[in-house]
Design a binder for this molecule. Structure first.
Ligand code: URA
Length: 439
């Protein structure tokens, strides 16, 4: 790796010049290992935010993230490996159902995750609501659990893509998170380092998602699918709706309970629909024949879930933490609930203590919001629409403020939903599919 002057590379990127792969590899390595100050790394990230990355630059940036740490080798496993990554949404507990379900279909699911920041919860935070459950596993434990149980959800170890940890932390505090090439390299760098053979991406679109517009979501999906192809990872992306929370619960313990209900054969229609759509993609990419709907109905996914949690020390029999304070928000009128805004619910759950402001903050596992009614349902004045759960009464005011203007009850002459297309059973939750695998 040659030597460069960081400021020259920053100025070149700022002015729209294309940087050589070697220069980008040097920059990421120097940033990760403290050979250049955070100010220069942040300036480069902002220059990329505005100027973007060419295909060759994106490839070099992603390679540098992968090469910054170890790459897991899962080739010793007897089953095909397939993972799922979601770009994050409100009430998105899909992983909790999907990982055991796809394992029950015959695949090995290595799901190495991060913690949640902001209005969308993290899968590890949800699982930590279970007494005794342990997120940190050594590589040997991950391999053993994949072999014995078929699925593992755990924290990505410090050795995996350390460059991303450094770059993401700086992007988070300097306003350069929402860049398609930086997001694509960050997500795919980690997933490729994790060693999965196939990958399904759930790219959320809507007011509660990173990507508010379908066009940008599609570009992100295509960029990630392209990176998967470059590294021989069979990758498919589904664009799925995130205008309203997925399922009814948003908040850690509340979401685990809803996931268990779904594994037991119940659960909200929208959660089941998105989970099965992703499961079918994963099973197909893994080259398996099983029908996920049949496997879910047969109870085998629930068996894997119990094994998965027990293998990481979790005690499901202890029950979930329960909030001390529960406040109900009623419908302001008779009519049809036409909209429940995912961002408003996510912000409310966060303010109730379900989310964290910085990586070090603790979360209140019992806190969150339950949507008692979903868009499209007919409601009466005063009927409970939302339940706010928290351990601290003084957090209610902030949550209620976040929910102001966050839902609409409309009066329609015939009691139909009028122009609302949010009726859960009818709504097109899976908007589009983008894939790179050979059919
Ligand atoms: N999630 C990631 O892992 N990286 C990003 O850049 C954004 C979301």
């Amino acid at each position: 790796m040659g030597d460069y002057l960081a400021v020259e590379l920053i100025c070149a990127k700022r002015d729209g010049e294309e940087l050589a792969p070697g220069a980008l590899a040097w920059f990421v390595d120097a940033a990760t290992n403290g050979r250049i100050p955070d100010e220069q790394t942040s300036a480069m990230l902002m220059a990329i935010f505005f100027q973007g990355l060419s295909a060759a630059e994106l490839s070099a940036w992603t390679a540098a993230i992968i090469d910054s740490g170890e790459r897991l080798d899962l080739s010793c496993l007897p089953r095909p490996t397939v993972d799922k990554h979601s770009t994050g949404g409100v009430g998105d507990k899909v992983s909790l159902v999907l990982a055991p379900l796809v394992a029950a279909c015959g695949a090995a699911v290595p799901q190495l995750s991060g913690r949640g920041l902001g209005h969308t919860g993290g899968t590890l935070d949800k699982l930590e609501a279970i007494e005794g459950w342990r997120a940190s596993l050594a590589n040997e434990e991950i391999l053993r659990q994949l072999d014995d149980v078929g699925a593992v959800i755990c924290a990505a170890g410090p050795g995996l893509a350390p460059a991303d940890r450094k770059l993401y932390a700086l992007r988070d505090i300097t306003g350069s998170v929402e860049s398609i090439p930086l997001i694509a390299a960050s997500i795919m760098g980690k997933k490729i380092a994790e060693g999965t053979g196939s990958l399904v991406l759930d790219v959320k679109v809507g007011c509660g998602a990173f990507m508010k517009e379908r066009g940008r979501a599609r570009t992100l999906a295509e960029t990630m699918v392209g990176l998967g192809a470059d590294y021989g990872v069979r990758t498919t992306a589904l664009l799925t709706g995130m205008d309203t929370p997925l399922g009814r619960a948003a908040g850690n313990a509340l979401e685990v309970a809803e996931a268990e209900e779904t594994l037991a054969g119940g659960g909200p229609d929208d959660l089941v629909a998105v989970t099965l759509a992703l499961a079918r993609e994963m099973v197909r990419l893994a080259g398996l024949e099983a029908d996920p709907a049949e496997v879910l109905a047969g109870g085998r996914a629930m068996d894997v879930w119990r094994d998965m949690i027990a293998a990481q020390g979790g005690n499901l029999a202890a029950g979930m933490p329960v909030a001390r304070v529960v406040e109900v928000v009623g419908s302001p009128a008779d009519g049809v609930l036409s909209r429940v805004d995912a961002m408003a619910v996510g912000m409310a759950a966060w303010r109730l203590g379900a989310g964290r402001g910085s990586q070090e903050d603790p979360v209140d596992h019992a806190a969150g919001v339950v949507c008692l009614a979903k868009p499209g349902e007919t409601v009466r004045a005063g009927q409970p629409l939302l339940e706010l759960h928290t351990s601290e009464e003084n957090l209610l005011a902030g949550a209620l403020a976040a929910l102001e203007g966050g839902f609409d009850v409309i009066d329609t002459p015939d009691g139909s939903c009028g122009s609302c297309d949010d009726r859960p059973s009818e709504r097109a939750l899976v908007i589009e599919r983008i894939g790179n695998e050979q059919e």
